[in-house]
Design a protein around this ligand. Structure first.
Ligand code: PMV
Length: 322
C-alpha cells in the first residue's frame, strides 16, 4: 500500500518567547536538523506506531480512538494528529507510522511539533486529501493544544512554512522574513525544559503582577518589531543588542537559569554580538549571534561554561514530502 516519507525542521526562537503567548509577535527560525516520519497505508483497520526516540515500540490499536490521556506519553502528539485527521476525513484504512529524529528531543528544538506537522502532511498525502499549508498548520496546532493545553503555535508554523517567520499568537500573522541566514552559535544547557510548566508559572505571575508583566511583554513586542527589520537589513550588531535586551527581560521574568546565564555571559565575553535563551527557559538551549572571526572563541567559551554545542544553520525549508 502507499508509503510516504515526510520531513520537517527544528526551530529556534530568535526573539519574543512568552510574550507571543499573549498576543504579541515573535521571530522564529527553522534549523537544519530534521525529524522524519515514514507513513504507510495499511489494508487492516489498525494504527501502528514506532517512535524509538521517545521509547515507543510497536504501539498498536484499532481505529476506535482511545482518550488522549490514556495513551503513552510518547505517542500523544501523533495520536492527537491521527484522531483529528480520522474524525475529520474518515479514511477507512489504518496506517503504520515510524518516526526518526535528527536531533535529541531533549534539546527543545521542536521535535513534537515537527513530528505533528510531518504526520498531518503524510496522512493527507497517503489518503489523497489536498491540504494547504494553512490547513496543515491548523490541524497540527489543534493537536498540540489538545496535548499541551497551551502554546502560541510558533513552532508548528516554523515547521510548516520554513525559513524565518514573523509570527503572531495562534498564527494570526505568519510572515516569512527576506533574509534567513543568521550567524548563530547554539548550545544546550544540559537540562530539558518543561515548557507547559514554565508558561503556567509565568501565567500565575502575570495574574498577580498584571501591569508590570504586560509592560514587559509590550517591550518584547517592540524588540520583535525592530528585530524583523534589522534581520532583513543584516544589521547583526543591532540584532545582538535586541537579543541582549530581550534576555534581560526574560531574566527579570524569572525564566532564565544560572547555567543559561553563565553560558550567555561567556558568549558575550568571548565577543558575541548578543546572546539569549531560546524558548520557554528553565533549561534547553541558548543562542549567540557571532561574527565568523569570533565563532571558535565563542564555541570554546560555551563548552567551558558547561554547554553542549549544537551546530545549526538557519532558515531552512519547511515540511516536505521526500
Ligand atoms: O520551549 P519552546 O522551545 O517550546 O518554546 C516555548 C515558547 C513560549 O513562547 C514560551 C511558548 C509558546 O508556545 O510560544
Amino acid at each position: 500500500m502507499k508509503k510516504v516519507r515526510v520531513s520537517a525542521p527544528g526551530k529556534l526562537m530568535l526573539l519574543g518567547e512568552h510574550a507571543v503567548v499573549y498576543d504579541r509577535p515573535c521571530l522564529v527560525t527553522t534549523i537544519d536538523t530534521r525529524v522524519d516520519v515514514v507513513l504507510e497505508k495499511l489494508r487492516q483497520k489498525r494504527i501502528v506506531i514506532n517512535a524509538p526516540e521517545v521509547g515507543i515500540k510497536s504501539y498498536q490499536r484499532t481505529l476506535a480512538q482511545p482518550p488522549l490521556e490514556k495513551v503513552p506519553k510518547g505517542v500523544r502528539f501523533l495520536e492527537a494528529v491521527l484522531q483529528i485527521f480520522y474524525k475529520r476525513y474518515r479514511p477507512k484504512f489504518g496506517v503504520n507510522l515510524n518516526t526518526s529524529n535528527g536531533f535529541s528531543s531533549k534539546y527543545g528544538l521542536g521535535s513534537s511539533s515537527a513530528v505533528s506537522v510531518c504526520a498531518a502532511t503524510a496522512l493527507a498525502e497517503v489518503f489523497k486529501i489536498k491540504l494547504s499549508k494553512r490547513k496543515i498548520f491548523d490541524l497540527a496546532y489543534q493537536a498540540v493544544l489538545e496535548v499541551q493545553g497551551l502554546g502560541s503555535g510558533f513552532d508548528v508554523a516554523a515547521c510548516c512554512y520554513g525559513g524565518c517567520l514573523y509570527f503572531r499568537t495562534a498564527g494570526k500573522v505568519i510572515k516569512p522574513l527576506k533574509n534567513c541566514k543568521i550567524p548563530l552559535v547554539v548550545a544546550y544547557s544540559g537540562k530539558k525544559a518543561d515548557t507547559p510548566f514554565m508558561v503556567k508559572t509565568l501565567a500565575k505571575k502575570r495574574e498577580k503582577n498584571f501591569s508590570k508583566i504586560e509592560k514587559d511583554f509590550d517591550q518584547i513586542g517592540r524588540l520583535v518589531e525592530e528585530g524583523k527589520k534589522v534581520i532583513e537589513d543584516k544589521n547583526w550588531l543591532r540584532l545582538g543588542q535586541l537579543m541582549n535586551a530581550n534576555q534581560k527581560i526574560l531574566q527579570e521574568l524569572g525564566v532564565s537559569t544560572s547555567r543559561l546565564d553563565k553560558m550567555i555571559k561567556a558568549a558575550l565575553t568571548a565577543g558575541a554580538w548578543g546572546a539569549k535563551l531560546s524558548g520557554s527557559g528553565g533549561g534547553d538551549c541558548m543562542l549567540a549571534l557571532v561574527q565568523k572571526q569570533r565563532k571558535h572563541q565563542v564555541e570554546q567559551a560555551l563548552v567551558v561554561a558547561g554547554g553542549v554545542l549544537v551546530p545549526v544553520s538557519t532558515g531552512v525549508e519547511g515540511v516536505k514530502v521526500e
